[in-house]
Design a binder for this molecule. Structure first.
Ligand SMILES: NC(=O)c1ccc[n+]([C@@H]2O[C@H](COP(=O)([O-])OP(=O)(O)OC[C@H]3O[C@@H](n4cnc5c(N)ncnc54)[C@H](O)[C@@H]3O)[C@@H](O)[C@H]2O)c1
Ligand SMILES: O=C(O)C[C@H](O)C(=O)O
Length: 313
């Protein structure tokens, strides 16, 4: 019997893509193929080789190759799309829609050809609309086209809660629903620390400021970096999703999923809690929401729909 290693392709070898490739290799989730445009073939090969040369020191046996040739990515189990431009201070994610839709669609043509059975995770922004663009370009079943926003937004939210209470991040539970924009919906009522609802530990105005900081968390990093956007926490988010799928962990994770009636929305990609396992998105949880929470989600869904409407599929 031959046991095949899993194969993970990361498209886009920039800040998020390269960081994701290294983290995946460090966790030995499989062999990694890092793809960028032909003009950047040598730097992409160089990044991959540099990572590989860290393997004897760190003790990981994943192979990593850099390429601009999708044949090297053939038959990948998972393809992660980070290709595209990132925003700069003063820009919104939605300003990237036209450029990145073109890039994502062209990348998907190659994925469709070389990795027809893969599960595809999209990171490129504006990510809800890019997941929609990818879904149509790929023609894959909806369980195999997944956008990343909820893991990152939830991680930011949980970081701020842990800082507020000076407790371990390991004991904080919560999640963020909706689109990956400034009107995303951190669900305070479903947030707890060591099982204790945060509403009984943190004052209302402090919770409100944590919620607000979470909503603009991406912009906070963009303003600090000055010339690009976050990549360490986004890469960690992609790795958590990849691990949940490859190890069939059936983790309950908020991701961008295609909705066909869930939460009252049709033909929309939006962040919702799901079971993520070997089949990709295996189930979507529909939570009972208060009128206020539903109104906030409706507003976020409306923003996503507006950006999606710009994308031709
Ligand atoms: N959804 C999220 O939570 C989230 C988080 C972080 C970043 N992002 C988004 O991810 C994207 C990438 O961010 P980054 O910081 O890595 O940017 P980056 O500029 O560092 O890297 C992007 C890479 O994509 C490559 N690329 C462009 N067109 C390509 C193509 N057709 N095929 C292959 N590669 C191509 C570029 O050459 C570059 O190396 C941005 O759109 C950013 O907004 C999303
Ligand atoms: O904010 C950005 O533009 C990048 C990313 O979506 C993030 O939330 O960090």
């Amino acid at each position: 019997m031959t046991i095949q290693r899993k194969k993970i392709t990361v498209v886009g070898a920039g800040f998020t893509g390269a960081t994701t490739a290294l983290m995946i290799a460090q966790k030995e989730l499989g062999d990694v193929v890092l793809v960028d445009i032909p003009q950047l073939e040598n730097p992409t090969k160089g990044k991959a080789l540099d990572m590989l040369e860290a393997s004897p020191i760190q003790g990981f046996d994943s192979n990593i190759v850099g390429t601009s040739d999708y044949e090297d990515a053939a038959d990948s189990d998972i393809v992660i799309i980070t290709a595209g431009i990132a925003r700069k201070p003063g820009m919104s994610r939605d300003d990237l829609v036209n450029t990145n839709a073109g890039i994502v669609k062209s990348v998907c043509e190659n994925i469709k050809r070389y990795c027809p059975d893969s599960i595809v995770i999209i990171l490129s922004n504006p990510v809800d609309a890019m997941t929609y663009a990818a879904y149509h370009a790929l023609g894959f079943p909806k369980n195999r086209v997944i956008g990343q926003s909820g893991v990152l937004d939830t991680a930011r939210y949980c970081t701020f809660i842990a800082q507020e209470l000076n407790v371990s991040v390991e004991d904080v539970r919560g999640f963020v629903l909706g689109g990956h924009g400034d009107d995303m919906v951190p669900l305070v009522r479903y947030s707890s620390v060591g099982g204790i609802p945060i509403e009984s530990l943190i004052s209302e105005d402090r919770i409100e400021s944590i919620v607000e900081r979470t909503r603009v968390g991406g912009g906070e990093i963009v303003n600090l970096l000055g010339n690009g956007s976050a990549y360490y926490a986004p890469a960690a988010s992609l790795v958590q999703m990849t691990e949940a799928i490859l190890k069939d962990k059936k983790r309950i994770i908020p991701v961008i999923a295609y909705l066909e009636g869930e939460y009252g929305y049709h033909d929309l990609f939006l962040g919702v809690p799901t079971i993520l396992g070997g089949g990709g998105i295996e189930r979507i949880f529909e939570l009972d929401l208060t009128a206020e929470e539903k109104a906030a989600l409706d507003q976020s869904a409306e923003s996503v729909r507006n950006v999606m409407s710009v994308v031709t599929v």
